[in-house]
Design a protein around this ligand. Sequence first.
Ligand SMILES: [Ca+2]
Ligand SMILES: [Ca+2]
Length: 190
Amino acid sequence: MRRQFQLIGLGLTMGAVAMGSAWGQEEAGSVTRGVKVFEVPRAVSEIDIDGELNEPAWQDAAVIRLDYEWFPGNNSQPPVETEGLVTYDDSWLYVAFRAHDPEPRRVRAHLMARDEINTFVQDDHVTIMLDTFNDERRAFQFRVNPLGVQADAIFSEVDGIEDWSWDMIWASAGKITNDGYVVEISFPFD
Ligand SMILES: [Ca+2]
Ligand SMILES: [Ca+2]
């Protein structure tokens, strides 16, 4: 079953990250409505981006349950559980997902080149929006499928544009497991 989840970072300061997993449900206005704030612990170990969440740092990472399905549902309650994990060190922001699925053989995932978005969106995948502008209008968008394939874009809600020609150097890996799939990602701060 093709399902898509997104994790939206509205700010990352002093070890705290604000996440709104249901961004877009509320009326425009205050930047604080509907936003959950999580304390993100610093990584206690190095993390190897290999699709295995077996590093000690993941044991202590912030766990963010994604309570809303974005597609095919429209911010509806999902039939499967997906968790986002977040931690960091001096150089990297680390994000991982555990996407539980009782039928992992039905997880859709294909190897393809970066940014082949028309093919990519046919796969199960997770999306992260980093709103480093903190204006809820523009964001850096990162999508990863269960095999670690990347698609990245600059997103503008004002004009609805996803500019896939924008490429950043970031690392991702994914694996299909007996329980669904796992994605492991690192973003450089510089
Ligand atoms: Ca790892
Ligand atoms: Ca791109």
